[in-house]
Design a protein around this ligand. Structure first.
Ligand code: OAD
Length: 238
């Protein structure tokens, strides 16, 4: 694959690298993606499970779904793609990992700094007092869980219609704007504002390398669109 060799060369030469990952990077760890043939949104409606309105309507139902996802994720281990990004972080003077994933596998693999645009499934957030805390219990003993203050707890994730954690998108854009190479791995690139980072990288002069099983809306406009599993392609790219 001559394209892979050329992409590898561009990545090797770069001093500053930014990466955006999506559910596809964790697929080979056994965590289902949202879209595509076996995607979660084929079986469930996002508006019933991943919106503030759904949670207000039926917190127990939403928590049952998150409890099930926590169980699936708890069984998963990082795969060669997550591990390759740990190596890359150590090799580059400037490196930023931006993820849409809430599974925590980048941290588990050993990535030191991760911008979690969509939050973290292992954190709780009190809808009353606003406090945040980690909770790795699987399964949760009582649904829906509550805060020490008595308030209803929600998963520490970003739902459709909600803003991203304060300042995080700015930080991501800053990293992307100053990167020579931008890697886009395992994301359908359809959910904004995260997907907007791809054209933003191009506008700011980065070489954009996409790794995905199938074409995305940006495959035609990126510099390299590598088709295949991230767990195989990413180690080859380094
Ligand atoms: P999606 O499920 O939309 O897309 C996963 C992408 O990964 C698809 O383009 C697949 O082709 C690709 N893929 C699957 N397996 C792969 C593999 N082994 N190697 C490489 N690519 C692979 O996931 P995201 O783009 O992350 O947000 O979705 C974005 C957001 O939408 C999520 O963070 C979540 C979701 O609804 C919220 O819940 C707010």
């Amino acid at each position: 694959m001559p394209e892979l060799a050329e992409a590898r060369q561009r990545l090797a030469e770069a001093q500053s690298v930014a990466v955006l990952t999506g559910a596809g990077i964790s697929a080979e760890s056994g965590i289902p993606t949202f879209r595509g043939a076996a995607g979660l949104w084929n079986h469930y409606r996002a508006e019933d499970l991943a919106t503030p309105e759904a949670f207000a309507r039926d917190p127990r139902l939403v928590w049952e779904w998150y409890n099930w996802r926590r169980e699936t994720i708890a069984k998963a281990a990082p795969n060669p793609a997550h591990l390759a990004l740990v190596k890359l972080e150590r090799a580059k003077p400037s490196f930023t990992l931006i993820t849409q994933n809430v599974d925590g596998l980048h941290n588990l693999a050993g990535s030191a700094r991760v911008l979690k645009l969509h939050g973290d499934i292992w954190r709780m957030h009190c809808t009353d007092c606003g406090s945040n805390w980690p909770d790795r219990r699987v399964p949760l003993p009582k649904l829906p869980p509550h805060c020490a203050c008595g308030g209803l707890a929600r998963p520490g994730v970003v739902w459709f219609g909600e803003p991203l954690p304060r300042g995080m998108m700015n930080e991501a854009e800053h990293a992307v704007a100053s990167s020579e190479v931008f890697l886009v791995i395992g994301t359908s690139a359809t959910v904004y504002p995260a997907a907007g980072l791809v054209p933003f990288a191009k506008q700011n002069g980065a070489v954009v390398i996409e790794i995905n099983l199938e074409p995305t809306p940006f495959s035609e406009s990126v510099d390299f669109a590598l088709e295949g599993p991230a767990g195989e392609l990413l180690p080859q790219l380094l």
